[in-house]
Write a protein that binds this ligand. Structure first.
Ligand SMILES: C[S@@+](CC[C@H](N)C(=O)[O-])C[C@H]1O[C@@H](n2cnc3c(N)ncnc32)[C@H](O)[C@@H]1O
Length: 252
């Protein structure tokens, strides 16, 4: 990717003020002008996707839902494992990114993939349950993120898996065994990402841990392009469905 395209993406993400009456309109306004360059730039920013694919079992014949799947690039990273799935649904609310996903599906002849436009917090599927639900860098972009997690709990079969990776900051006093970020990190990254329309939240990870049994957890740091070597915190979480429905739909 050339520096001119980088400049285009960065200028748009930095200078663009999110407008629109609905969440979907705001997403379209934000991603529309950069959709064609999304994959190349995000490959150097979304460092959790490969570790997530390494940690997440994707059994042959599984039914998988990729929530906020965007352009569907994750499934190119997954290589031949995608072809072994029974079916994969890429769900997203942004038409510009879904157009890229549909072009990818048709270019690569992915016959087991459906691309669906819809809101992750509202979807009520008739063809549930899924074996695996994935959230790759989308919980920070979903205002009602806890509802999206609750939906995943409802959509998964008992014993099914959720795979999540995203930017985050720790709580000031995290549970023992968890990373504790410095006060500067907990201040800086929510401000920086907030400017770009993402909400980093110290409660994402504890809420996932409260709704699923932890199978795998990684807390790490990844370089942010053009930020002078600054590294932003991200996590990779794989959890197993507890096999019971909980009605509460509120954040921890
Ligand atoms: C940073 S992108 C991540 C895309 C993709 N998962 C990846 O790893 O490249 C966040 C995605 O979440 C989607 N999104 C945000 N809110 C959503 C919602 N309520 N329902 C479905 N998708 C949503 C956005 O449209 C966008 O595609």
């Amino acid at each position: 990717m050339g520096w001119l395209q980088d400049l285009h993406v960065m200028a748009h993400s930095t200078l663009h003020r999110q407008r629109g009456g609905t969440h979907a309109e705001r997403l379209q306004g934000y991603y529309g002008p950069q959709a064609a360059y999304y994959d190349a730039f995000r490959q150097r920013l979304l460092h959790g996707r490969l570790p997530l694919l390494r940690a997440l079992p994707l059994p042959a014949g599984a039914r998988v839902l990729d929530v906020g799947g965007g352009t569907g690039f994750l499934w190119e990273l997954a290589g031949t494992r995608r072809a072994e799935l029974d079916s994969l649904v890429v769900l997203d609310l942004c038409p510009a990114l879904l157009e890229q996903a549909r072009a990818r599906v048709s270019r690569l002849g992915w016959s087991n993939v459906r691309v669906i436009e819809g809101d992750a917090t509202l979807q009520n599927w008739h063809d549930k349950p899924f074996d695996v639900v994935v959230f790759s860098y989308c919980l920070t972009m979903i205002p009602d993120w806890f509802r999206a997690i609750d939906r995943a709990v409802e959509l998964l079969r008992p014993g099914g898996l959720v795979g999540t990776t995203d930017f985050y900051v720790s709580r000031k006093w995290p549970d023992s065994g968890m990373r504790r970020h410095s006060a500067w990190r907990r201040f800086f990254w929510p401000c920086w990402f907030g400017w770009h329309g993402l909400s980093l939240n110290p409660d994402h990870l504890p809420y996932l841990q409260s709704r699923f049994d932890t199978v795998h957890l990684e807390e790490s740091l990844g370089r942010v392009p053009y930020m002078g070597g600054q590294r932003a915190p991200y996590y990779v979480f794989v959890g197993r469905s507890l096999g019971r429905q909980v009605n509460a739909s509120s954040p921890v």
